[in-house]
Design a protein. Structure first.
Length: 132
């Protein structure tokens, strides 16, 4: 089986750019905030704390691992700008994918859930108050 030849001007990366990871963390925090706004009554507070804890742990563990990995890098290692990362290739187990497409595919699920829950929270807020 032959491997696909990548032009020299495109870099193949096997790591997620830190900006994409920060965007995922921001979207998780947005989701947690919108869930608290949507379901804030006395009966759901305990469940909201549990779900918020799961969301925070699911983002803090990879963030801590990334931080430890970054501290172990060579001091002279150059950081790749986001523009170069998105223009290059991202290596997946199915084969290389354009970096911009990989970033969109990573951000789309959490963004859809965060924005959808925000829409639910807005509708619930408007209907609970009896209109605008």
């Amino acid at each position: 089986m032959s491997k696909e030849v990548v032009p020299h001007d495109h870099q193949v990366s096997n790591h997620v750019h830190p900006s994409v990871s920060v965007a995922i963390l921001g979207l998780v925090l947005w989701l947690i905030l919108s869930v608290w706004i949507f379901a804030s009554d006395i009966y759901t507070d305990f469940l909201l704390v549990v779900v918020s804890g799961f969301g925070l742990v699911a983002t803090i563990i990879p963030l801590a691992l990334w931080h430890m990995w970054r501290k172990d890098q060579r001091p002279d290692a150059q950081r790749q700008p986001l523009r170069e990362w998105t223009a290059g290739e991202f290596d997946t187990w199915q084969g290389p994918v354009k970096g911009a497409n990989a970033a969109i595919e990573m951000l789309l699920p959490i963004a859809a859930v965060a924005f959808g829950m925000t829409a639910f929270a807005i509708v619930e807020y408007i209907t609970a108050r009896g209109g605008i």
